[in-house]
Design a protein around this ligand. Sequence first.
Ligand code: SF4
Ligand code: SF4
Length: 497
Amino acid sequence: MEHSPGIADTALSNPVVETVDVQPVNKQERRELYKKREKIFPKRVSGTFRSLKWGIMAVTLAIYYLAPWIRWDRGPNAPDQAILIDFPARRFYFFFIEIWPQEVYYLTGLLILAALGLFLVTSLAGRVWCGYTCPQTVWTDLFILVERMVEGDRNARMRLDKAHWTVEKFARRVVKHGIWIVIAVATGGAWVFYFADAPTLLPQLFTLQAPAVSYIFIGALTLTTYLLGGLAREQVCTYMCPWPRIQGALLDEESLVVSYRTDRGEPRGAHKKGQSWEGRGDCIDCNQCVAVCPMGIDIRDGLQLECITCALCIDACNSVMDKVGRPRGLITYDTYTNSQRRERGEPARIKLLRPRTIVYGSVIVVVGLIMLATLIQRPTLEANVLRDRNPLFVTLSDGSIRNGYTVKILNKRHETRSYGLTLEGLNDPKIAVVGQQDVGDQARFTVKPDSLGSFRVFVTVPTDAVADSSMPVTFVVTDEDDGTMAANDTSFRGPDR
Ligand code: SF4
Ligand code: SF4
């Protein structure tokens, strides 16, 4: 690793602030098609944003690991797991919401809402999703925390990495990778609980009685968590994730991004204790902001594709500013327009309401309201009628005309329901149901909880009541308990008149 000019001078001149010898990855030569990875050893930092990240990490991990264990009473014939993707029954349960396969558009709506939410947040405050809540960031942060606990902070880890293999180095590496694997297994293990009843599946997993697919998924997720969170780390964000490329189209000059204030910091350079700050910038070139960066970049070079907006460099620089007695905020959340306003001597301001944020926000509200309305009004009963195509109709011995239909009734309730079937649009129709006797002009069906009932129905009309070769008819299915109705239009076919 090359030595940056000026760093040694800074170390000698400012005993208050530790100076770090670093070479950010964005300053390294990139002549090769694929450059060899430079290892990054993020330094421990404390401050507002670091505390916020710890809090978000704790909440998101707790949600992920504990959510499958939350119970939700849906009655005797339904699973009591609050969040469950039930592939055998083809259902998705989310607390009081139950999505059937034909309602998959709700999931599409949710994905649209999530995408729009991401667009809105990015246009407001850059890649805060990446910096705080992205699973890659959260698990990488967790893995780095373990690494720091086992191998020490930045300098100790760098020394250990360069050191020859000894018993101590081997032992530390075994402990670190061992804990990483335990976390990875727990992560893969938690995932499968979203697809089966968690309290039932857990003992099955330990007694090797769980379905083979559970072990396959645990294995695959254990491997990916270990590789992506433990080994690949920042490379996932830089090379694998498409989001850094997309974000450029979502940011504008009023978006808040982590920025180095050149107007305050430059000219940078070493600063001796007690020396005047006249004629120089506040940056003492200590490189603390680079040392804590999990992406290994120097924010002083401007907004870069690698920056995940985690704001740890803000915490690092604020600590430095406190120590040297300069105001905080040399690195801060700022906008491009504000930097120009300062150059013109105008006060900085944050502009949240802009055309793109208004459009994103409005579309989110509209899509959200549509989804909410359809969720509230979603039917508990659906009926579908398929008319026989071959034969179109049958002429009986007394001259009356008969058509055959398949009636499908979807009972979305968790108890058995009885339904009545009546016809509208035909004169004097007679209904016959396969397996039932003497139905007359109204049929009755019973459908089991949470299932689809299929019935063969024949409708007979006297010949003098068949006015046309095709007459419209409506099948009306009525829930006998609460009067809920579902109607389905079809036709009754007869001979040409
Ligand atoms: S920006 Fe702040 S943390 Fe970074 S080198 Fe300058 S003074 Fe140090
Ligand atoms: S430059 Fe700052 S905000 Fe960007 S990734 Fe590095 S530490 Fe996080």
